[in-house]
Design a protein around this ligand. Structure first.
Ligand code: SF4
Length: 325
């Protein structure tokens, strides 16, 4: 008997799939990782990790030491290590700026109920496949006075603005996380708080040392304009529709896997596509040189958020009694 296909969805993989299926195929099926990753990912991960450690009760000093150790032992090039080292030097001022804007308010107003919670939500099970949505929620918090329970997501962005907030409303992530809380734990947070930390748009001057440049960025965090928070509300109807949408996405993915059809959709791109050197629509062609720009991860080494599906890790959800049919 053939084994069922486990289709694991994440917010990023769904976005990728609907941006361009061919791009999804390169990233999630062939598991090709560009050797040079865009810098904004690394900065975002660093800030996220920093606040994760602080939320766990690490002091700022211990947090920085841990980040430096992790960078030193990381499996990346010496150049990237040097750059990350410089970025870590920005964090003390960033944290100071953040705490001066929210510090007292946050401690007095909110208590953290859960933090860094990974989840595997069974979306659908058919004779052919099992569809699981996988994610990690940053935090669940309760407002001490009003009792309002909110999901908390920390983000980094270069800028925010109307289009940023419109995109959040369309983004599968906040809705999927609210849905997961509801189905998995029976908790219905009222909204998702987006806690955004922006990176100052300062350019490095010609001949300016990295340390001086990083120092200028760090100093900019004294201004509160780099910190922004918004509550995003979704109606129960929107969450219910989103649940159906996720199941449909899983069906479409199953179709692509089973038919081996990964159509190119070059127009629908937010960022320049890192796979264009391989793709006919991007002007490239797959050859030894173009492949050498990528690392080919082993089957057990797929994106960390998509690490091999493990039954014991799955939260079985019964939909009975849930408002969502
Ligand atoms: S180059 Fe364009 S069509 Fe090709 S994978 Fe990238 S986005 Fe898709």
């Amino acid at each position: 008997m053939s084994r069922k296909l486990d289709i694991i969805l994440t917010s990023s993989s769904i976005r990728r799939f609907y941006d361009c299926r061919r791009r999804y195929y390169y990233e999630y099926v062939m598991r090709l990782t560009p050797r040079i990753k865009p810098a904004y990912f690394e900065w975002g991960s660093l800030v996220h990790r920093c606040f994760e450690l602080l939320e766990k009760g690490f002091t700022l000093k211990d947090t920085l030491t841990t980040l430096l150790d992790e960078n030193k032992s990381g499996n990346w090039s010496e150049d990237l290590k040097r750059r990350n080292h410089g970025w870590i030097s920005i964090l003390p001022k960033l944290v100071l700026g953040y705490q001066s804007v929210y510090g007292a308010q946050e401690k007095d107003e909110y208590e953290t109920l859960q933090s860094e919670q990974e989840f595997n939500l069974l979306l659908d099970e058919t004779p052919e496949y099992r569809a699981i949505f996988r994610g990690k929620r940053d935090a669940l918090k309760r407002h001490k006075k009003t009792g309002e329970v909110v999901l908390w997501e920390r983000k980094t962005a270069s800028q925010t603005g109307d289009s940023y907030w419109e995109n959040v409303a369309w983004d599968p992530q906040p809705k999927s996380y609210l849905l997961s809380m509801q189905l998995e734990q029976g908790i219905k947070p009222s909204c998702v708080v987006y806690d955004v930390i922006k990176k100052p748009l300062l350019k490095q001057k010609p001949g300016e040392l990295d340390s001086i440049y990083n120092g200028r960025i760090a100093l900019a965090y004294i201004e509160d304009k780099y910190f922004e928070r918004k509550k995003i509300y979704f109606t129960p109807q929107v969450i219910e529709a989103h649940y159906r949408w996720l199941r449909r996405a899983a069906q479409e993915l199953y179709y692509c896997y089973s038919e081996g059809q990964w159509n190119e959709y070059h127009l629908n791109q937010r960022w320049p596509c890192e796979y264009r050197v391989l793709c006919p629509s991007g002007g490239g062609e797959e050859n030894e040189h173009s492949l050498s720009l990528f690392d080919n991860r082993r089957a057990d080494e797929i994106n960390p958020e998509l690490s091999l599906f493990c039954d014991s890790n799955l939260v079985q959800v019964t939909f009975e009694g849930s408002e969502i049919k």
